[in-house]
Design a binder for this molecule. Structure first.
Ligand code: NAI
Length: 682
């Protein structure tokens, strides 16, 4: 037996050798997750150089972090890179280090658990074999496109060679991740094993030394020299339908690289250019800000096991389903048994679709209990109220409920427009009341506004934030002001679109303008989707506060029961599958001036929120509108967009619009005070 340990020489890596097998463990210093920073790569290069001349049977590469293998490159380093050349250099370094690893004279195995993403997966791809832990927490993928870039450590070359061209393009272009079993099916990993057999599986591979995995011939056909241009054309057509190359160039660049059989050097150069582009800067900034928000929210435990939801309508049912899916015990109450029955049916369908294993679906369903009598109230650690939007009804409920709560129970309301203070007035202990404002559809929307009322206690707030994290949602602190942040900012934008409609501009033209700007859905279709009755109700509630007017056309539509998608007719007519029927006006080229009008109205309201302290800082505005309303992520959010436009253009634009379209465009005083353009040049 030949044992050596060279632990002390490296800050991030631990190297041990036993029985001529080297085990290299990554444990990045002062970080909870492993990332491939420059330092980590530099050390790996030294280690590879140290190992290369040794007589070894093999190398096992693994992570000491419970969270996972490697989460990717160190994204914080991106912000410090100012020039494309610097970014390309970083990619070249990574490529060189991984090429050294791949060229070792003995085989290597990556032992993968938890996150294995981006540069982390590229590291694993440079090993001879990959073994992944077989559980739901293991996720592999190359999600770089989500940050406006593409892989840069030769992943665009290694992945197609390993799993075939089309599966590789699918993974890289979508940025989606796969679990261990799917990875095994693709050939992305050689073996999967439960935790206790992982190391042994790796050792066995090193003993057996099977031939390296390669994509079988039929998965290489699409990449044959003479078929490649055709494949690229077909893939491009699908890609263009999903992502606009002007907004998100990275996946299109990636496809170019593949089509041209580009070298690793071209990959590095292309990555360099993308990484310093405004699109990537904005996406990286959003990513870092959201991570910071989540980190802050994780600091205190929520102490919640049992949740009681009152109101099993649109929102309550989906909130209960989400909580049960995330492992909480949930009792769901409604005054109508048939509403409860519908909610349970919905849960059943949702879990069956979500979980591939029937037992897991059944377990989730078992965690969700219909509770007509409200027996869960006294046992719950958190009670969420999601009944009709009516102050008196909510107050009556709170009065009846409070004496039955556990002393430590947290009380939350999903109200979207009633000030928390008005609700808290019904309580003996108002400090425990917090707003948990979910967005519709709950399963999809990433944001939860955490609403602080005048009397809300700090403990209630921190527990609410931690709970949102447990639901895998982004908790954004907002003050209890009308409409909070997202609805307040969206409403004037929607109403501006309705005004444009009333002026005779076709709905298709309005929606095209917004989509061309980068909105996922046009404002007219959004209004139809939310429901014109709800738009009218929210609009009327906000109108006196925001000094806006609700266009009369909205009243007319609601009076005629043209309520939008749900009634099959709104501003658009809908077919049986809920798709809007568009007129020929949809073919007109997008109108940038109309987009400017809609967006400037939104930006002006966003600034008003910031000035009034609805949220803490510009970053919070951006996160709220991107994650709560889908504001063009590649523009970084309203405040980043205003910053990119520049002070002069913003002011001119607003004055011009104000003279044409009225006071809603008069520059908010916040613009002059904010220091937005001084604080962080784009
Ligand atoms: P909904 O009308 O679909 O559901 C309300 C449910 O509460 C009904 O099933 C009703 O039977 C039940 N209910 C009423 N009073 C009750 C009581 N005293 N005890 C037990 N059950 C009672 O309403 P929706 O849309 O789910 O809204 C609920 C809350 O969520 C409202 O405060 C609304 O402002 C808020 N909200 C709604 C959003 C949406 O898009 N629908 C988005 C975000 C918040």
């Amino acid at each position: 037996m030949n044992d050596t340990a060279t632990t002390a020489r490296y800050r991030h890596w631990r190297l041990e050798t036993a029985d001529t097998v080297a085990v290299l463990t990554l444990d990045v210093a002062e970080q909870s997750a492993n990332v491939l920073s420059r330092d980590v790569l530099a050390e790996l290069e030294q280690i590879v150089a140290e190992l290369a001349p040794q007589y070894l049977k093999g190398l096992i590469l693994r992570s000491a972090k419970p969270a996972g293998f490697v989460a990717g490159a160190d994204v914080r380093e991106f912000e410090r890179i100012v020039e494309a050349a610097g970014a390309a250099e970083l990619a070249r370094t990574g490529q060189r280090v991984l090429a050294g690893l791949a060229a070792l004279p003995f085989p290597s195995v990556a032992l993968i658990h938890g996150y294995c993403l981006g540069g982390g997966l590229e590291l694993a791809l440079a090993c001879t074999y990959r073994v992944a832990r077989d559980d739901a927490g293991t996720r592999l993928g190359l999600p770089e496109v989500r940050l406006g870039i593409h892989p840069g450590f030769a992943g665009t070359l290694r992945l197609p060679a390993l799993i075939g061209d089309l599966p590789a393009l699918d993974l890289m272009l979508s940025g989606r991740t796969v679990d261990a079993r799917a990875a095994r099916r693709f050939g992305l990993v050689d073996e999967i094993a439960p935790e206790r057999h992982l190391l042994r599986a790796a050792q066995a591979l090193l003993r057996r030394r099977p031939p390296r995995q390669r994509a079988p011939w039929h998965r290489q056909v699409a990449g044959l020299r003479w078929l490649r241009p055709l494949t690229a054309r077909l893939v491009r057509a699908r890609l263009v339908a999903k992502v606009d190359p002007r907004h998100y160039p990275a996946p299109h660049r990636l496809l170019d690289l593949w089509k041209e059989r580009a070298s690793a050097e071209r990959e590095a150069q292309s990555l360099g250019e993308l990484l310093v582009s405004p699109v990537s800067r904005h996406l990286v900034q959003l990513f870092l800000e959201s991570e910071a928000l989540k980190r802050g929210a994780r600091q205190l435990p929520h102490g919640i096991e049992w949740i009681h939801v009152i109101g099993a309508g649109t929102m309550g049912a989906d909130i209960a389903i989400l909580a049960a899916q995330r492992g909480f015990r949930v009792s769901l109450q409604d005054r109508h048994p048939e509403v409860l029955a519908r909610a349970v049916k919905r849960a059943h369908e949702h879990f069956r679709r979500h979980y591939k294993i029937p037992r897991a679906a059944q377990e989730a369903l078992d965690r969700l209990m219909p509770d007509l009598g409200g027996n869960g109230i006294g046992r719950a650690d958190l009670v969420i109220e999601a009944i009709v939007e009516d102050l008196d009804a909510k107050r009556a409920l709170f009065r009846e409920l409070e004496s039955r709560l556990k002393p430590t129970a947290l009380l939350a309301t999903n109200t979207s427009s009633i000030p928390l203070e008005d609700l808290a007035a019904a309580l003996a202990e108002p400090a425990r009341l917090v707003g948990l404002h979910f967005f519709n559809p709950v399963a999809k929307m990433q944001l939860i506004e955490i609403v602080r009322g005048g009397a809300t206690g700090e403990l209630a707030l921190s527990r609410a934030r931690a709970f949102a994290i447990a639901l895998d949602r982004l908790p954004l602190d907002v003050a209890s002001r009308p409409g909070f942040l997202v609805n307040r900012v969206l409403m004037p934008y929607l109403l501006e679109a309705v005004r444009a409609l009333a002026e005779g501009i076709p709905a298709e033209v309005i929606d095209n303008a917004a989509r061309d700007f980068g909105m996922p859905i046009g404002p007219v279709e959004l209004a139809d989707t939310v429901g014109l009755d709800i738009c009218l109700a929210v609009g009327e509630r906000l109108a006196p506060v925001l000094k806006i007017e609700v266009p009369s056309i909205l009243h007319t539509y609601v009076e005629h029961k043209r309520l939008g998608k749900k009634t099959g007719r709104g501003f658009y007519d809908y077919d049986a599958r809920g798709r809007a029927r568009r007129s020929l006006a949809a073919r007109r080229p997008p109108d940038p001036q109309l987009a400017e009008r809609l967006i400037l109205r939104l930006l002006n309201e966003a600034m008003a929120c910031l000035r009034e302290g609805v949220v803490r800082d510009p970053a919070a505005v951006d996160l709220g509108l991107v994650y709560g309303a889908g504001f063009a992520p590649f523009r970084g959010g309203p405040m980043s967009h205003a910053r990119a436009l520049g002070e002069e253009a913003m002011h001119h634009g607003l004055y011009r619009m104000a003279s044409q379209y009225g006071a809603g465009f008069a520059p908010d005083p916040g613009w002059a005070q904010s220091g937005l353009w001084k604080a962080k040049p784009d």
